[in-house]
Design a protein around this ligand. Structure first.
Ligand SMILES: N[C@@H](CCC(=O)N[C@@H](CS)C(=O)NCC(=O)O)C(=O)O
Length: 147
């Protein structure tokens, strides 16, 4: 028989695997997924950008989920990104707010949304990537991890 410690470790491995499976299931079932926290300004910015572009998004507010911390750990292990927002489009990891804004500035976000078939016809045409809305002013970027 194992020690209580090893029993705990097995239980936490199971919880981690369950959280990873859940995160992957959510990502594979929705064209656009934002893992978010309700109080996070970067999350609000990226949700607004996607919404302004007419993209239907599945938002998981990790601070409102009973297993939110485990999902955040799982996302970290999977994408190497711990921060929120953690954005996926068409099953691909895009990154955080900076990464998503950078893609938009480069004119790559709308085609990704189109490819993932999430756009609301007409909404995308009005958004000029060269003129981010005033809410999207955090422009320091890093390369998306898994794109
Ligand atoms: N540069 C990042 C900043 C994201 C960020 O700092 N998010 C904060 C919440 S506002 C975070 O994830 N903090 C750690 C945590 O909540 O566990 C981005 O553009 O997404």
């Amino acid at each position: 028989m194992g020690s209580p410690l090893s029993t705990n470790k097995m239980a936490s491995n199971e919880a981690a695997e369950k959280a990873l499976a859940k995160a992957q299931e959510i990502v594979s079932s929705h064209p656009v997924v934002v893992f978010s926290k309700t109080y996070c300004g970067f999350c609000k910015t990226v949700k607004k950008l996607l919404s302004d572009l007419g993209a239907a998004q599945e938002v998981i507010e990790l601070d409102e989920e009973s297993d939110g911390a485990a999902i955040q750990d799982a996302l970290h292990a999977w994408t190497k990104q711990r921060s929120v927002p953690n954005v996926f489009i068409g099953g691909k990891h895009v990154g955080g707010c900076d990464d998503t804004q950078k893609l938009h500035r480069e004119g790559k976000l709308v085609p990704m949304l189109e490819e993932a078939k999430v756009k609301d016809a007409g909404a995308l045409a009005t958004e000029d990537p060269a003129q981010p809305s005033k809410d999207n002013d955090d422009i320091s970027g890093k390369a998306p991890a898994l794109l």
